[in-house]
Structure formats: C-alpha cells, structure tokens
Ligand binder design. Structure first.
Ligand code: TRP
Length: 443
C-alpha cells in the first residue's frame, strides 16, 4: 500500500487502489456460489438492495472517517473522538482481516494449484482435458492444498515485505480491465451454450418464494464482504487521500464495479451450470468446477483458461496484500523498520490458521457445527459478525460523536442534497438495521 500520507495525487489513483483491494474473490468466487445456494435471482435482488441502501452509505461513511482521521485504524477512533477505548473498533477490523486472510488463502491456493495443472496441460499440448481436472481430488489432498495456500501467502508476504505494492497497483491499471474483458468473453461463450437460458433465468429472475431468512442474512454478509466494510480496509485507503478527493464519486465507482463484476461472474457461471448439468448448490467449489468446461468449448481453451487464472490470481493478490498490509501497518504503527519482521510473523500465523480451513474440505470435513464446516464458520464469523460489528461501531461514532459540520465539509459538494438523508441513515436507520439482522441470525 502506501507509506506517506496523502499519497493519491489523483482521484483515479485512489479509486484504482481501493477498487483493487475491494474487488477480489468476493465478487468473482463468493457471489456465484452464494447465489447458487440461496435462491439465484432472489439472492441477486437482495444483494443489490443491500449493496445500494446499506453498503453504499456505509462505504461513504468509512471513506469520510479515513479522510478525517488520516492515521492507521487502531488509532483513528481515538484521534477523532478523544476516547481511547473506541480504538477497539479498529482492533475488531484487524481481527476480521486476519481471519479473512486465512480462509481467503485457501481459495488463493486453489487458483495456484489450477494454474500449475493447466500449465502442465499447456506444455504437453493436452488441449481438451480441462474438465479432467478433478476438483474433489484436489481439495481433499492435504499436502497439495497446504502447499498451494502456502505459496499464496508467501507471494503476498514477499510483496508486502518488499513494499512494492505500488508497482502492483500500477499494474492493476491494465490487469483489472483485462480481467473484465476476459469475464465478458466467458459470459459470451457461456450464453452461447445449448441450454444456457435456464441458467440465465435462474440468476436474473427474482423468484420471491426463494427468499429465506438465511438468504437475507447471507446477502447482507455478501455486501459487507465485497465492499470490505467494517474491516477498516476502506478507512485506511481514504486516510491517504488528499483533501480534494471526492468521496462520493469514489464510493459509487467501487459499488458499481463490484456489482458489475458480481453480475458478470453470475452470467459466466449459471448458463454453464444449466448447459452442462452442474448443481447450482455446489458450494465454494462452484467456479472451479464449472469454468474448465466452458473454456474447453473455446478454441485455445487451455491457453485462455491459463490467462484467466493469472488475472484471477492477480485480483486475489491485490486483495490479500491489502489484508496483510492492514495488520502490518497497525502493528508497526507505520514504523517501517519493523515492517519485514511483522509481515513474516503475521504471515506465519495466518498460515497456521489457514490449515484447519483448508483441511475442512478434506480430512476435517466431518467437523460440522454452527453454519457448517470450519471454513464456513470462519467466513460467517468475519462476514456476518465481525464486519457488521465494525460497521455498527463506526456508524455510532459518526452519527453521535463527530460534528455534523465537519462531516458535511468532508462530504464535499452536494448538488443533490444528499448529505442530510445520508446522515440520518447513518445516525438512526442503519444501526437499527444492523442490530436487528444481527439478532435475527441467532434465533
Ligand atoms: N472485498 C474483498 C473481496 O471481495 C474482501 C475484503 C474484505 C478485503 N475486507 C477486506 C480485502 C479488507 C482487503 C482488505 O475479495
């Protein structure tokens, strides 16, 4: 990420960096599988409503806090309110990103394993065997998956240690658009398959009967996850923004990009599900099971799949780097002499925590409690408990402890008179919404 304050000289730089962090596995991997389990079009509708009515105002709030506080997030609440104990909101975010990185790296590891498998097929000119990659065999192989996620964490660690994130952010200027184009190509291919329409209907048509309490909870959790809310990630990015940076434009851009990537991922996967006869309720492996069949239908399919995986890995890495960086900057308090040591220790701890997560797809799959496997529970703890708690804490601080004039000044030009509605949402409505949903999930 960034060393000195006020680093983003242009709004575009700030948007690119925060979008690189926010857009990752959440939109591409998690959205389709969640939608597949919780009602397809109904889930998409709920996700859109939550993202626009809850996520967007919260994102604007987090950007405002970052811009006002301008420091690392285990200090920022104290700086803004003169109450030291409120830094606990920052620590909550730290804990959230720590656990998040652990289960994120499981999926990052899968991408790396697939990359190697596809590379092997490429060098042996084995052009039609993509669907022979056996997902279940991979995820139940403890050594393979642990090595895969170890490589993913190692890559993240090296980049953070060397402090070369800025280079990566520059690269995202063309890598992200490329990924976007790649997604569109997959969507076109997927839509052209025989039997695609059933899948299109499944993901786009909101059948209200398919809405369940669980679906509502997980759709909200999905909005939090994709927008990185409550983890203080977005607060950190905004704390480096210059005074003139427009918070609303940046927040709206990130929300739109996230929705777009989620919908495209859905349109890439679901037509193929109906065309090839997969089950939408496949769970976390959905993307990995379905995509090889789509690429197999393309000319230069193996090569295209390889390129896609590289871009996908890149998107996952720009997020994981930011996850590790958050912990590093909070523990070093921006003192760069400790940077390497903290990055190494943090990565080792994350690696240890990621092992039970990965084994929960194999030898530990019999351990089921709460919402499911160890992996499912880690995700639930982050997306449905720690992230909403963090966001709730920040709404209370912003709505009740910060001066309204100051908030207004940071809100920026207000042509459409949105400040007051936004402020009322943050002060009264959203805390209640979060608390109600929080309680509902325990009864
Ligand atoms: N939004 C990220 C994704 O969709 C995940 C995420 C949540 C994240 N909180 C974060 C990434 C904080 C970086 C920093 O993949």
């Amino acid at each position: 990420m960034m060393k000195n304050q006020s680093q983003w000289k242009t709004s575009t730089g700030f948007i690119l960096a925060s979008a690189g962090s926010a857009i990752g596995l959440g939109a591409m991997w998690k959205f389709p599988y969640m939608a597949g389990v919780y009602g397809g079009g109904a889930f998409l509708l709920l996700f859109l409503i939550f993202t626009l009515l809850v996520g967007l105002p919260l994102l604007i709030m987090e950007f405002t806090v970052g811009k006002m506080g301008r420091t690392y997030t285990t200090k920022i609440y104290e700086k803004l309110t003169a109450r030291k104990w409120l830094n606990i909101i920052g620590w909550n975010g730290n804990l959230a990103v720590f656990i998040l990185f652990a289960f994120y790296s499981v999926i990052g590891g899968w991408i790396i394993i697939y990359l190697f498998k596809v590379l092997m097929q490429l060098v042996t000119f084995n052009d039609s065997a993509l669907s022979k990659i056996n997902f279940d065999q991979i995820i139940t192989n403890p050594w393979l998956t642990i090595v895969g996620q170890g490589i993913f964490i190692l890559l993240t660690m090296i980049i953070v240690m060397l402090g070369v994130e800025q280079g990566l952010e520059k690269a995202s200027k063309f890598m992200m658009p490329l990924l976007f184009i790649c997604l569109i190509i997959i969507v076109i291919k997927s839509l052209s398959l025989d039997g695609a329409m059933a899948g299109v209907r499944y993901i786009l048509e909101p059948r209200l009967d398919d809405i369940s309490v669980k679906g509502i909870l997980f759709a909200l959790g999905q909005s939090f996850f994709t927008l990185s809310l409550g983890t203080t990630g977005m607060i950190t990015y905004a704390s480096y923004a210059s005074k003139e940076m427009t918070i609303k434009t940046s927040a709206i851009s990130i929300v739109i990009m996230n929705i777009l990537v989620s919908v495209l991922a859905g349109l890439a996967i679901f037509p193929a599900i109906s065309a090839f006869g997969y089950k939408p309720t496949e769970g976390p492996g959905l993307l990995f099971k379905v995509l090889p069949s789509v690429f197999e239908q393309m000319s230069f399919g193996t090569l295209s799949y390889f390129v896609f995986l590289i871009l996908f890995l890149f998107a996952a890495l720009t997020s994981s780097i930011s996850l590790l960086e958050l912990n590093v900057s909070n523990f070093t308090k921006n003192d760069n002499t400790k940077r390497k040591k903290v990055a190494v220790i943090g990565s080792i701890l994350v690696f240890l925590l990621s092992i039970p997560a990965t084994l929960s797809f194999g030898s530990l799959s019999h351990i089921q409690f709460g919402v499911g496997s160890i992996f499912d529970n880690m995700d639930f703890l982050v997306s449905n408990i720690l992230m909403p708690l963090g966001a709730l804490g920040t709404t209370l601080v912003v709505g009740h402890l910060l001066k309204i004039e100051e908030l207004k000044a940071h809100f920026g030009r207000d042509k459409f008179k949105l400040f007051i509605p936004w402020y009322l949402l943050i002060k009264f409505v959203l805390p209640v919404v979060i608390v109600v949903i929080f309680i509902v999930q325990f009864i």
